[in-house]
Design a protein around this ligand. Structure first.
Ligand SMILES: Cc1cc2nc3c(=O)[nH]c(=O)nc-3n(C[C@H](O)[C@H](O)[C@H](O)COP(=O)(O)OP(=O)(O)OC[C@H]3O[C@@H](n4cnc5c(N)ncnc54)[C@H](O)[C@@H]3O)c2cc1C
Length: 405
């Protein structure tokens, strides 16, 4: 008889796990997926494209209902899992039902951070995480509202771009002295800033949000240096926090995320976590590719093979049309590394490659990111680059040609 396996969360990691399990352990588990969003799993990455009017909400659904049915999955959506009884192997659900499991997988993702500031709970203050948020933001933009986006990382920039494109007057404020500081060095960030400003978005750096003003709803943002920006709405895009409450309340060890070992198992035997809610070797990834790698490893583990997960090399692509930005690996250049840089600010191009011990260790591309996947592959494979070193800056075809010559 099939063992009951319950997955909490119906996001990108959960779907990929079901997909991988169907390949390697078909029939071994009776799978149930419990998700609190009121729709089938969708590609959350593409919410930015929906906001920017470059994709429709129904286009981003990852798989139709019959895909789940064909794999024998019991799918409950619009349904919140509220409690895990580790000893009794039971999951409680908000509608008073419960499910027993032999294996449980937590794929609960993250929630957006709301800065703990005076006024942060006023009406008109929003986040950018799910389809409901996107519907709200599109309504604001259609009314040509003045919107302040707090946060100059990938999410903040994509929110600002989508809102501006849809008609809002957008100011983006960022605490740090450069945009996307976790992915870009200073020259790349400077170039990005000028490219984004050309889209009609006002950017304020070194801008520490002190409080939000408003009586019955938000009316403006006050910065620590006293500057005030009038706003009809404020969007927090200043980070995420892994959803760990379910695990924590059940006594499963958590730090920032739910702590997992190399087989993605939590501190409770038979209970696993993956995706944004999981913390592996001290790292909580906020990107989809690590979640997919974890799903592959966990499926193999659940199928009985001894595969282990050792971490992921992460890469970031900004989805702002006409502003190509890519960053992967060691983009700063640690001690003992060499950097190769091509910079043409007026032409809108910046490329930096970091080489360590004869291998590509990191890359930053702004403007021309056509060879991003090739660079990422070199970084992940740790391939020696001595033979292509002098030409790899100019892309794959030039490097290949010189290698062949
Ligand atoms: C606008 C936007 C753009 C992004 N762009 C990129 C990008 O370009 N590249 C990239 O790599 N990543 C990007 N990301 C991040 C990426 O979407 C996430 O890394 C990915 O979705 C994580 O998958 P997950 O399954 O771990 O979490 P999620 O996709 O968040 O899924 C978790 C699900 O669990 C549900 N859930 C939580 N608690 C419970 C509960 N108790 N009971 C039932 N259900 C529950 C949640 O509601 C959610 O539906 C972006 C994210 C956003 C919001």
């Amino acid at each position: 008889m099939s063992e009951p396996l319950v997955i909490v969360g119906n996001g990108m990691a959960a779907l990929r796990l079901v997909d991988e399990l169907a390949k390697v352990a078909l029939g071994r588990y009776a799978i149930a997926v419990i998700g609190d969003e009121p729709r089938l799993a969708y590609n959350r990455v593409l919410l930015s494209s929906v906001l920017a009017g470059e994709a429709a909400s129904h286009d981003i659904e990852l798989r139709p209902a019959n895909w789940w049915r064909d794999r024998g999955v019991t799918l409950e959506y619009g349904c919140v899992a509220t409690e895990i009884d580790v000893g009794r192997r039971e999951l409680k659900i908000a509608n008073e039902e419960s499910m027993t499991f032999s294996r449980l997988v937590l794929a609960t993702g993250s929630m957006p951070l709301r800065l703990n500031l005076p006024g942060a709970d006023l009406p008109g203050v929003h986040t950018f995480r799910d389809t409901r948020d996107v519907d709200l933001l599109l309504t604001l933009a259609a009314q040509k509202k003045r919107v302040v986006v707090v946060g100059g990382g990938l999410l903040g920039l994509e929110a600002a771009y989508g809102l501006a494109k849809a008609g809002a007057a957008v100011t983006l404020i960022h605490l740090m002295d450069r945009l996307m500081e976790r992915q870009l060095d200073a020259p790349a960030a400077e170039l990005l800033k000028s490219l984004v400003e050309r889209k009609g978005i006002k950017i304020l750096l070194n801008a520490n949000t002190a409080r939000l003003h408003g009586e019955t709803r938000v009316e403006g943002v006050e910065l620590a240096d006293g500057r005030r920006i009038d706003a009809d709405a404020v969007i927090f895009a200043a980070g995420i926090r892994p959803n760990v409450a379910l695990a924590k309340d059940a006594g499963i060890p958590v730090n920032r995320g739910i702590v997992v070992d190399d087989s993605l198992q939590t501190g409770a035997p038979g209970i696993f976590a993956l995706g944004e809610c999981a913390e592996h070797r001290g790292i909580c990834y906020g990107l989809v590719e690590p979640a997919y790698e974890q799903a592959r490893v966990l499926a193999q583990h659940l199928a009985g093979s001894g595969a282990g997960y050792s971490g992921s090399v992460v890469a970031t692509n900004l989805k702002v049309s006409g502003v190509n930005v890519f960053s992967a690996g060691d983009f700063i250049g640690a001690d003992g590394t060499e950097t190769i840089v091509l910079s043409d600010a007026r032409g809108g191009t910046y490329k930096k490659l970091v080489v360590a011990e004869g291998r590509l260790a990191g890359a930053v591309l702004v403007g021309d990111a056509g060879d991003a996947l090739w660079y990422l592959d070199l970084i992940r494979k740790r391939a020696p680059v001595a033979g292509i070193r002098k030409d790899m800056m100019f892309g794959r075809s030039r490097a290949r040609a010189s290698e062949a010559a």
